[in-house]
Design a protein around this ligand. Structure first.
Ligand code: ZN
Length: 197
């Protein structure tokens, strides 16, 4: 009997060069891009994430996948949550932030590329995000709550920025030891987390 090989999914961790690069724009949404989005989505679910950017998957291109729930408070929903959350999961091609609120919010973040480390990040409370869907539709919409935070976190990845780069000095100091350990482990394991499905 021949056993079918299980497919391997890799997520790169802090210290990997691909995470520090600016990702290339996607000029054509072809089958390669669609397959990449599907593979990234599998990896995101396998590692229990709510968002994954292509550089985390080792590909320096401007592609993000997300599966983010809307806020529990119906009255508090942003236009982006009303439009996008019922359509999740979503792939965002060439996403960018075109405007940000002056109001900020402060919440703990984690990242599949920074496993088991959580720290508070201050970000604009809502942002206007522009992206193209895999179907080629252009969207520009205001996203708040968890969706707004996730959009900012994932778009940061496309610019080579990790949430740990955005910490206030006190928060950075608190996780400095854990982060150093992660990078030390990374040097030994090629900055890779690998799972099979
Ligand atoms: Zn991340």
């Amino acid at each position: 009997m021949i056993f079918k090989d299980k497919k391997t999914y890799t997520v790169f961790t802090g210290g990997a060069p691909v995470l520090a690069q600016k990702a290339r724009e996607i000029t054509e949404i072809d089958d390669e891009v669609k397959t990449l989005a599907a593979d990234m989505l599998q990896a995101m679910y396998l590692f229990n994430g709510i968002g994954l950017a292509a550089p985390q998957y080792g590909v320096s291109r401007q592609l993000v996948v997300i599966d983010v729930p809307a806020d529990d408070d119906e009255a508090n929903l942003s236009p982006g949550e009303r439009l996008l959350c019922p359509l999740m999961p979503l792939a965002l091609v060439n996403p960018s932030i075109v405007a940000a609120s002056g109001e900020t919010s402060d919440a703990d973040e984690g990242c599949l590329s920074v496993p088991d480390i959580y720290a508070p990040v201050v970000r604009p409370a809502s942002v206007v995000v522009k992206f193209t869907t895999l179907g080629g539709e252009n969207v520009e919409i205001e996203c708040g709550n968890l969706l707004g935070r996730c959009m900012q976190h994932e778009i940061d990845h496309l610019h080579g920025i990790l949430f740990t780069d955005r910490l206030a000095p006190a928060a950075a100091k608190k996780i400095a030891g854990e982060l150093a350990d992660l990078k030390k482990r990374g040097k030994k394991n090629g900055f890779c987390r690998i799972k099979k499905k």
